[in-house]
Design a protein around this ligand. Structure first.
Ligand code: HEM
Length: 416
């Protein structure tokens, strides 16, 4: 029972396997988006630091601020798919872990080093350092995350190549990188950029509404160009990777199991490209275009995880595993799992909303203080009225800064 024999994901799979694979795919999608923010974001900061553009680029500044938090969320979001992948593919996953042993375990200290480098990069002390030293810190963090991505890719592929296991075990050699591994890593690195840009764009839009100016106009152009170029690179590398697959893998990605997801993925890429183009041409963070960017990115990542899984299912026989999945599903605890999933989701949502409210309150207090200091009591009343009007505009349609119906340099007319 391999890729080509299976029906549409997840309904064409044995019930328990379909359930665990869906949970795995959903949680992995979240991990991939968050790790993209870290991988591509740290790469962006390293490049901006090297070019000496970090201070005047709002995108680099926002990333420096948010990357430590982003890394925390990416790692946390890796835990759930890690649990599901062990249920799904116990033997192959553990065998690859054991064969990679030191290299595999190195992920933990490397990620700790990456965490500290992100904090060092953000610290006041590092602000006074020469450009090359700061680029070194930012580049070091990026190298840590690239190494982590490389390790996950190497582990994934080794798990799918049982013919390599015995020779590697006998010789205790470190597996040499294969062409497939390099292509795959390049594909993840390219795909990470538009997913990172989709999150970053919302952060920059919020900043542009607070503090509009030429710096932000340039950031719109720069980030949308980076997103467009990386979307083209992703499409090119995905085609190359698909061409590199064996016939069974190609059949699995275009057949009944994953064919609809492949088409959804392609549509998602096209929607993102069209929306980024609109942002690039309009040179402003159009809210409606950003919704399309986000929707396209979500469809792309969900399509990508299913297509990715169909390749694994073309190489691993699901038949013998399905029995184990069914036994695990009967072991009980499913109701408890869903209850805790609900509680954890509610708590996380509450934390996010509370933080958002607190940030809004701080931003409003700062802007009230600023306008009070700048032009006295009269302008304070004016700004209150302005904010009320702005709230209405935000609720209705894209407002001035977003749709370019006013000058991008105009004063903000709305709270976030
Ligand atoms: C910034 C750090 C990280 C980066 C850049 C990263 C990157 C990646 C990449 C590129 C993949 C896809 C591999 C492939 O399909 O070729 C992946 C998969 C995965 N990652 Fe991460 N990862 C990070 C941290 C973590 C951590 C800390 C965990 C666990 C707690 C984790 C759990 C997973 C799991 C379970 C998979 C799927 C593995 C499989 O199906 O074979 N990741 N990660």
């Amino acid at each position: 029972m391999t890729g080509a024999d299976l029906g549409p994901f997840p309904l064409g799979l044995p019930a328990a396997s379909g359930l665990y694979l869906s949970l795995y795919a959903g949680t992995l999608a979240l991990h991939l988006v968050l790790m993209s923010y870290v991988l591509a974001g740290s790469g962006y900061v390293a490049a901006a630091s090297l070019l000496g553009a970090r201070e005047r680029d709002p995108a680099a500044r926002a990333l420096v601020d948010w990357l430590p938090f982003g890394l925390g969320t990416a790692i946390t979001a890796g835990v759930a798919p890690l649990l599901f992948v062990q249920i799904l593919y116990k033997e192959s996953f553990y065998t690859a872990n054991l064969l990679l042993f030191h290299r595999w375990m190195a992920i933990v200290p490397v990620l700790i080093a990456g965490f500290y480098l992100l904090y060092l990069s953000k610290s006041e002390r590092a602000q006074g350092w020469p450009r090359l030293a700061r680029a070194g810190v930012a580049g070091g963090a990026f190298a840590c995350f690239l190494f982590t991505a490389w390790s996950w890719t190497g582990n994934h592929l080794l798990a799918l190549e049982p013919d390599r296991w015995a020779p590697l075990y006998v010789t205790s050699a470190t597996p040499a990188p294969t062409v497939e591994m390099l292509l795959r890593l390049a594909l993840w690195a390219a795909a990470a950029v538009p997913w990172m840009a989709a999150i970053l764009a919302w952060q920059l839009r919020a900043q542009a509404l607070r503090e509009p100016g030429r710096e932000h106009d340039r950031a719109v152009t720069r980030v949308s160009t980076v997103a467009l170029v990386s979307l083209a690179a992703t499409a090119g590398l995905a085609a190359l990777y698909a061409g590199h697959l064996d016939p069974a893998g190609r059949e699995a990605i275009s057949g009944p199991l994953a064919g609809p997801y492949l088409r959804a993925l392609q549509l998602g890429l096209a929607v993102q490209a069209a929306a980024w183009l609109r942002i690039r041409i309009g040179r402003h963070w159009s809210r409606s275009a950003l919704f399309f960017v986000t929707a396209g990115a979500v469809v792309t990542v969900l399509g990508a995880v299913v297509v990715r899984e169909s390749v694994r299912l073309s190489r691993i026989d699901l038949g013998p595993l399905a029995g184990a999945h069914a036994r695990i599903a009967e072991a009980g605890g499913m109701a408890g799992f869903f209850v805790f999933l609900l509680i954890a989701s509610a708590v996380i949502t509450w934390c996010a909303l509370a933080t958002r409210r607190a940030l809004h309150a701080r931003a409003s207090a700062a802007s009230t203080e600023g306008s009070g200091a700048g032009s006295g009591a009269g302008s304070g009343a004016g700004s209150d009225a302005g904010s009320d009007a702005g709230s209405d505009a935000e609720g209705g349609s894209d407002a001035a800064v977003n749709d370019g119906s006013a000058s991008p340099d105009a004063e903000p007319t709305q709270p976030l």
